[in-house]
Design a protein around this ligand. Sequence first.
Ligand code: SF4
Ligand code: SF4
Length: 311
Amino acid sequence: MFRIIAKSLKTGILTEPQPFTARPPFGFPVIDFARCTACGECARACPTGAIQVSAPAADRRKLSLSYAACIQCRECVTACPEQAVSAGRDFEIAAYTREQLTHTALFDIDGAGRATLRQLEAQPGPGLGESAARLRERIRGRLGRSLHVRQVDAGSCNGCELEITATANPVFDLERFGIHFVASPRHADLLLVTGPVTRNMEIALRKTYEATPEPRVVVAVGACGCSGGIFGERTYAAVGGVDRVVPVDVYIPGCPPRPQAILNGLLVAMGVREARLKPDGQATSPEPAGAGIAVRGRAPVLALARDAERA
Ligand code: SF4
Ligand code: SF4
């Protein structure tokens, strides 16, 4: 007993007081579309089809990058002859829809085959400002309610589970945000689902969803949960992304997402649930700076947790 106390005193407090300030060494690729020539080398190198190049007209080319399908292998970074792709360091990559996780750029192609950036397509999500405001309010108010989470492995390789487990360790300590894991969906507010839903798990996931009381929130974790990832969709063994089976409220991409990214996504989901519990409530603050599509730097989605901590 004394040894345990002595060891605890020696170890001190490990919990990271600002878990959202430490940046990971690398994250999702960021394309500098101003330098991009839409040559398509990155798309050819991408193992998951996260980067797509198409030609909607003879003098147009379209390049899109989907974080939902990206496994952060950085093959595109090495493949780009223009050095227009770099590894970003953001982890606040949670979104309300798959489309929000996609950057798209349209290029004009001249007679000599040179590409010039014409426009970027932005897809802001529904209710983004409202949810962000609620989240900030909630953090400021020291989380009056807690969030009970049931994790569902619908066919994951367990990489995502390792990172989810890390959110509960003394460093990230998700319980300080009022978030707890529970054993039964009947006790849960939120389902945290990983994996490309395998055919064997499809019915189990549907039943778990039905067993969770309203207003339930579903969060898809990992490239597999967001889009089928490296395993693809509609194969003999897997249905694909979680939204092919049950409605998804928040997407947390990555292969696997870092604990901070999962924590950030859960806080975003907390805002979604809050909005459902009080659908007539008014947002009290404007949409956070940085929410929305960014070509460089911040990811095209929600930098909510970091903004909330700063508030
Ligand atoms: S980092 Fe993502 S977008 Fe780039 S090649 Fe790998 S999977 Fe494709
Ligand atoms: S996203 Fe990556 S780590 Fe997570 S289940 Fe799929 S392959 Fe595994």
